[in-house]
Design a protein around this ligand. Structure first.
Ligand code: PEP
Ligand code: MN
Length: 359
């Protein structure tokens, strides 16, 4: 058994750690109905928001302390473990006084080092497992920083939760999955529990199963999924909570895949991977060629006193690339992102030629 499994003895037979429950605890009946379904689905941990960090004032901010006995009831009646978000030392004190088993630090709190330090200080000498969600912005250091603060306070059982990041441009997701952040964290802390919250990534119940399955494909250890007996009248996050039936369907549909180190045993896979490696080499050579041409262009622009960014040319290129991309069956957003990134690098290179290197 790995240290992770010893510290987090909640993995199911498929080696997935499942946490589920409402966005917010709303009443004893709601918690009881959810707890019964968790037991039926063999989900060992009941999550529930008690203090809700809302983006805008005026919305429901959680039932507060009165909700904690409802969770205790679920522990006693059904043998469930409970998990609650804490954002202040007082929350920590109240949650621990009511026997909450696992505390989690929410995305907005992780983004604030003062707040995470206050929480870490409140946790000193307390042996309770802690989950740390990624901050709302795509900053792995901030995420690691929060984890380290809690760890320095002596907390031994720690886990990370990926819940996506905010973005200015709207996509189909409420919070874009930034899987690289989780990969980066896993590289730094390979032994740490890493779970995914597909509910806050998706923002829509119908997208939750796909995000959840993707997380398993990316070897996350488990999932934290929001569920509610009647999501349409939920006091927070009504669109993304699964009904109790949908939760059962999700559990039923989740597929756990085998992990074969490097896939050495499958000759067709090895051959296809060699092709991919060759294509990647070609892409890099072509990018090298492109950047060398960019430098020559920059020299001409400098000499002719022409500005680096040429809006019309860029728009024409984007149109051509989108068309070619769609002829190749490629996702237009992917093509746009790829060329925006190449274009930004080209601009940096040209600035270097015209004004001298920045770095
Ligand atoms: C939550 O889990 O209910 C929550 C508020 O999540 P996050 O901190 O990821 O926004
Ligand atoms: Mn929520």
């Amino acid at each position: 058994m790995s240290q992770k499994q010893i510290d987090w003895p909640y993995f199911n037979d498929n080696q997935i750690l499942m946490i589920s429950g409402p966005c917010s605890a709303e009443g004893p009946k709601q918690i009881d109905a959810i707890a019964q379904q968790l037991v039926a689905l063999k989900i060992p941990i009941l999550r529930a928001g008690v203090w809700k960090p809302r983006t805008r004032p005026g919305s429901f901010e959680g039932m507060g302390k009165v909700a904690l006995p409802w969770l205790q009831e679920a522990q006693q009646k059904y043998g469930l473990k409970t998990a609650v978000e804490v954002a202040t030392p007082k929350h920590v004190e109240d949650a621990l006084n009511h026997g909450v088993d696992i505390l989690w630090i929410g995305a907005r709190t992780t983004a604030n080092p003062f707040a995470t330090q206050d929480l870490a200080d409140a946790l000193r000498g307390v042996d309770v497992p802690i989950l740390v969600k990624n901050p709302t912005n795509p900053d792995t250091s901030l995420w690691l920083g929060a984890i380290e603060r809690v760890e320095k306070a002596g907390v031994k059982r720690l886990g990370a939760v990926h819940r996506g990041v905010s973005q200015f441009k709207k996509t189909i997701f409420r919070n874009n999955p930034q899987w690289e952040m989780a990969f980066h964290l896993r590289q730094e802390r390979p032994d740490m529990l890493m779970i995914c919250d597909p509910s806050h990534i998706a923002g829509r119940a119908d997208l939750v199963p796909l995000v959840a399955q993707t997380a398993l494909e990316l070897n996350f250890d488990g999932l934290m999924v929001e569920t509610h007996p009647t999501p349409n009248v939920a006091l927070s996050d009504p669109q993304q909570q699964l009904t109790l039936d949908q939760l059962a369907q999700l559990i039923d549909a989740l597929q756990v895949k085998a992990q074969i180190a490097n896939g050495h045993q499958i000759p067709e896979l090895v051959a296809l991977r060699e092709k991919i490696t060759q294509i990647d080499h070609n892409i890099i050579h072509l990018l090298g060629d492109r950047m060398r041409i960019i430098q020559a262009i920059a020299a001409i622009k400098k000499e002719q006193n022409i500005s680096i960014y040429q809006e019309q040319r860029w728009q024409e290129l984007l149109e051509q690339h989108s068309q070619n991309g769609s002829n190749e069956g490629l996702n237009i957003n992917f093509i746009l992102k790829l060329f925006e990134s190449i274009h930004l690098e080209s601009i940096d290179k040209q600035i270097g030629v015209v004004y001298g290197k920045l770095k």
